[in-house]
Structures are given as C-alpha cells and as structure tokens.
Design a protein around this ligand. Structure first.
Ligand code: DX5
Length: 227
C-alpha cells in the first residue's frame, strides 16, 4: 500500500487503550487518521517492552489504514519477516540497532514493505548518509525512544533539514520525513516548519484533554498553522 501523501498526523497506538484498541483506532479513523504507528520495544535497545506480533496482527485486522511498525529492537533483522507477515505496510529500524543496516533495509523492501530508517536524538544525520538511497522514510526521533509522554526535544529539528538537504543533493525526492515523540498542538507547527511531513502522536491523541477524535482534529488544525 502506498503511504498517504502530504502532512500526516499518524497516531501511535502505544498510548491507546489496549482493552479497546479497535474502538480507539476507529475513532481516530473517523476523525481522518490514515496512518498508524505500532511501537515495538524489546527491553534491550530501549528500556521498555511494548507491542509484539499479536498486537501487530490485531492492529492490521482492525484497520485498512497505512500501518508502520517502528522496531525499537536490538538486531531488527531477526524480526523483519514476522512483522511483514503480520501486515506492516512499512517497517522502520534504528540505525543504532542494526549491525548490518544496509542488508536489513534491503531485506525490508524484498519482503514487500516500505522501508524506513530511524535515528535517535544524539545520532548525527551523517550516520544514515550511505543508506538514504535505500529508504522510503527517515524517522528523526524527537525524544529518546522507549516511552510515550516525553518532552519534545526541539534541538533535533535542524537535523531534519540537514537530512532533507542530503537527500536533495543525492537526487532522492521520494523520501518521507517523519518525527516521533512529544508531538502536540504546540510542537506540530515547529516540526512542520522544520520539514517534517509525518508526525507520530500518541499521548496527544489517545490521552489528551478531549475525545480521540477531538484530539486528532486539533493536531491536524495545528499542522495547517504556519509558524
Ligand atoms: C518512544 C515512542 C513514542 C510514541 C509517541 O519510543 O516512539 O515517541 O511513539 O509518544 P508520545 O506521542 O506520547 O510522545
């Protein structure tokens, strides 16, 4: 499946109520959500455990929307085929977690999925320069991975611009630029102005002040507001 175009607010189901995941996903879809992210954590690459293959299959079964699996796991090459089989449309792996990043990214495409590479706040843009030609998406983390509800690290945003420049200089015009962590109505305009196109939002969608639909719509409205 092709990834939705334009500026996309993509709910992360990490913050959803797992006792009624399907309901929460449908509420977000009714408000316009076309892209969901599943955060996968192994307790080794990040100090937390979250979502595995059963949740991936449950998410696939309850939505036709675009599903991206963000593998925050050590040696992600071990889990590419299982998450492709579980229905992920896109699989993102961390540059810091893969001993053979080029091979793992090539493998994701071979499995029939779109391919993403993620970097943590401390990782320089240059760390992914040799693989930009292999990916459909770059995820620039705006928090240190492992937990929802963290504070947005705004100092990361210039790195997004540097990666966009690297891609443009290499003639790579099909890459989507995603950020993840601390996305809310305050930080959305900053991220969009810095070149983010896909904004992952968990707490602000599923644990915000309003309903899921109201929270999602507020983020979409914030994305339309020029800084
Ligand atoms: C961190 C996770 C979170 C999550 C979004 O590893 O990747 O960033 O998706 O969390 P919120 O929107 O609650 O900051």
């Amino acid at each position: 499946m092709d990834a939705p175009e334009g500026i996309v607010i993509a709910p992360s189901v990490l913050a959803a109520d797992y006792a009624r995941l399907g309901e929460h996903v449908r509420e977000a879809e009714e408000a316009g959500a076309r892209w969901f992210q599943l955060d996968v954590m192994d307790g080794r690459f990040v100090p937390n455990l979250a979502a595995g293959l059963p949740v991936a299959r449950a998410l696939r079964a309850c939505t036709e929307a675009f599903v991206d699996a963000h593998l925050m796991v050590h040696e992600p090459g071990r889990f590419l085929a299982p998450f492709a089989d579980a229905g992920a449309d896109l699989i993102t792996i961390h540059q810091e977690a893969s001993l053979h990043l080029h091979r793992d990214l090539v493998e994701i495409r071979k499995l029939g999925c779109r391919c993403g590479v993620a970097i943590n706040p401390a990782t320089p843009a240059e760390a992914i320069g040799e693989v930009l030609h292999l990916v459909d998406l770059v995820l620039v983390m705006t928090v240190n991975p492992g937990f929802g509800g963290q504070r947005f690290i705004a100092s990361v945003l210039p790195k997004l611009g540097r990666i966009r420049e690297m891609a443009a200089a290499a003639g790579l015009d099909g890459i989507r630029f995603q950020i993840d962590g601390g996305v809310d109505t305050e930080t959305v305009p900053l991220a969009v102005a810095a070149g983010a196109e896909v904004l992952i939002a968990g707490s602000s969608v599923f644990r915000g002040a309003g309903s899921v639909a109201e929270n999602f719509s507020a983020l979409q409205a914030a994305a339309a507001v020029p800084v």
